[in-house]
Design a protein around this ligand. Structure first.
Ligand SMILES: [Mn+2]
Length: 333
């Protein structure tokens, strides 16, 4: 049995419906990778797809984006069941639509378990929508609500959108805190804990059980904090042994295409438009034409020259070039 697990698609990110100005936006990259994952599922004939939340980039999404995202979901749900747990970006609830009424689309609206009967095995997927406040103290209760009285199944999965102890982002590890689930609270009879929320793909060894904690991460970089991260999703393969026991045998990370992301510090002090133009053009020419470039400049004189119009003219049409806000200064001299 093969399951595909992805998360944090943030659909609608940089995807204006009526853009004021024409420029190369990143929104289509997110939609493209979303479609890439679903297509991969068809190609590999997976039995089911799980989504770990932050399906949309925020709670109020234009209906055109909802329709575009759900239409694909509806189309692909003809091939396999799709299970989604809402994240914090959609405020723990996904917008309603006739397009999610497909019999193969399952969305967590509360603590519960979805059961699936395949030819060879039974599967339980338990979970609950993202909890913003104090998941540490609420987890056990919500898990109990989701699983109490559940019948036996061959495979058990927990699907969440939360930070779990020892998950990592660049330069930080979640350990304790009200917004973190301690590993010791996680169920020990499940085959895997599948979670969205942390945008860095990772597999965490659970200290109390052999069930891995798996974060597929986001499908494209949502900020420069993710600059060094590879993006993708997981293919999970369950195998049955002679005693009819099912176990997670294979976990494969499948990479998704992403655009090169670059941070560029402008340290040239000048009031001369031509000089900064030449300087920037030389720097930019070293990167791929479709790069995502974030400029940093704290020199007031130079910064004055970096107008939106100037930046639009200097970037290639495929490039995504933006100026970061002024960084906060430490006023100790
Ligand atoms: Mn997210």
């Amino acid at each position: 049995m093969k399951f595909l697990f992805f998360a944090d698609t943030h659909l609608g990110f940089d995807y204006p419906i009526k853009p004021r100005i024409e420029k190369n936006r990143r929104g289509k990259d997110f939609f493209q990778n979303y479609k890439n994952v679903l297509s991969y599922g068809v190609e590999k004939k997976v039995d089911l797809i799980l989504h770990g939340g932050d399906f949309f980039f925020r709670s109020k999404v234009h209906s055109a984006i909802i329709d575009k995202a759900y239409s694909l979901l509806y189309e692909f749900a003809d091939h396999f069941p799709i299970v989604i747990v809402p994240g914090n970006h959609e405020r723990s609830i996904l917008p309603n639509s006739f397009l999610t009424a497909h019999k193969n689309i399952f969305i967590f609206d509360e603590s519960k378990t979805f059961f699936f009967q395949f030819q060879k095995a039974t599967l339980a997927i338990s979970g609950f929508p993202n909890v913003r406040e104090n998941i540490r103290d609420n987890f056990s209760h919500l898990f109990q609500l989701a699983t109490e009285g559940n019948p036996f199944t061959n495979i058990k999965l927990l699907l969440l959108h939360q930070a779990i102890e020892n998950s990592k982002i660049a330069g930080f590890t979640f350990r304790t805190g009200k917004d973190v689930i301690p590993q010791k609270l996680l169920p020990r009879d499940h085959d895997a804990i599948l979670a969205g929320h942390i945008h860095r793909a990772q597999i965490i060894q659970n200290q109390y059980s052999s069930a891995p904690i798996i974060y597929p991460g986001s499908i494209e970089r949502t900020s420069t904090a993710e600059i060094d991260e590879e993006k993708g999703f997981f293919l999970l393969e369950f195998v049955e042994d002679e005693t009819e026991n099912w176990s997670l045998e294979n976990i494969e990370f499948v990479k998704l295409p992403t655009r090169q992301m670059v941070k560029l510090e402008i340290d040239l002090l000048t009031e001369d438009q031509k000089r900064i133009e030449n300087w920037l053009a030389a720097k930019i020419s070293r990167y791929k034409r479709d790069s995502v470039i974030r400029l940093y400049c704290d020199l007031p004189a130079t910064r004055k020259l970096l107008t939106a119009k100037f930046l639009r003219n200097i970037a290639s049409p495929q490039m995504h070039l933006t100026l970061a806000p002024l960084r906060r200064r430490n006023n100790k001299f």
